[in-house]
Ligand binder design. Structure first.
Ligand code: HEC
Length: 188
C-alpha cells in the first residue's frame, strides 16, 4: 500500500503520541487514543462504483463541450493558459484558501484532436465519434462510466478514477463525455 508523506507523518505522530501516552499516563484511558488504522484507511481508494449518466447531461451543448475540452487538456488552474470557458474557473476557495482548480490532464495519457505532447498510456481518442460512437462500438453511457470510474469496465485499468474520488462532479463528467464523443472533424 502506498502512503503519502503527509499520511506517513500523521501516522508517525499518532504512533508517537500513543507510545508517549501509554508510557506516561494512566493506562485505563488507553482506549480513548486516536485510532491509527482509521487514518490509514482514509488513503484507501473507494470501491469501484457504477454510475448512471444523469438525464441532465446535455451532450450536444457547445458550452459543455468547451468545458470538457478545457478539463481534458489542462492540468490545473495555475498551469492553464487560456481563459476558462463559461461555467469553469481557474481557482476555487477551499477552507477559506484560494487554490488552483484541478483539471483532468487527460492528455497525459490520451491523444486527441489538438493535443500537445499527448501520452500513449491510454488509447488514442482521436476521431472517437466516427470510430466508436457512429459504429455503435461505444455509447455515451459507456464513456460516462469510463471517465467516472474506469474500474467497472476494466478492474485493472491504469486510468485515473474521477467521480468515485470526487475529483470531479457529475456535471463535469458530463462535460468530459460530451467533449470525447463530440464531432471534432470540422475544427482544426
Ligand atoms: C494515467 C493515464 C490516464 C489518464 C490520466 C486518463 N486515462 Fe483514460 N484511459 C487510460 C487507459 C490505460 C485506458 C484503457 C484502459 C481502460 O479502458 O480502462 C483509458 C480509457 C479511456 C477511455 C475509453 C476508450 C475506449 O473507448 O475504450 C476514455 C473515453 C477515456 N479513457 C477518457 C479519459 C478522460 C476524459 C480522461 C481525463 C479525465 C482520462 N481518460 C484520463 C489511461 C488514462
Amino acid at each position: 500500500m502506498k502512503m503519502s508523506i503527509r499520511r506517513f507523518t500523521q501516522f508517525l505522530a499518532v504512533a508517537l503520541t500513543t507510545s508517549v501516552t501509554l508510557y506516561a499516563t494512566d493506562l485505563s484511558k488507553a482506549y480513548d487514543m486516536p485510532d491509527a488504522t482509521k487514518i490509514l484507511k482514509q488513503d484507501k481508494l473507494a470501491k469501484p462504483t457504477k454510475f448512471k449518466m444523469p438525464k441532465s447531461c446535455n451532450l450536444d451543448d457547445l458550452e459543455a463541450i468547451a468545458r470538457g475540452k478545457y478539463i481534458f487538456h489542462n492540468l490545473n488552474g495555475k498551469k492553464a493558459k487560456a481563459k476558462p470557458p463559461k461555467g469553469l474557473v481557474k481557482f476555487i476557495t477551499k477552507n477559506g484558501k484560494k487554490k488552483p482548480k484541478q483539471f483532468g490532464n487527460c492528455v497525459a495519457c490520451h491523444n486527441i484532436e489538438g493535443a500537445k505532447g499527448a501520452g500513449n498510456i491510454g488509447p488514442d481518442l482521436t476521431n472517437y465519434k466516427k470510430l466508436f460512437i457512429d459504429t455503435k462500438a461505444r455509447d455515451a453511457k459507456f464513456v460516462y462510466q469510463k471517465i467516472a470510474d474506469a474500474r467497472i469496465d476494466n478492474p485493472k485499468t491504469h486510468m485515473t478514477i474521477n467521480l468515485t474520488t470526487k475529483l470531479f462532479n457529475k456535471s463535469e463528467i458530463c462535460d468530459l463525455t460530451a467533449y470525447v464523443i463530440s464531432d471534432k472533424s470540422k475544427k482544426k
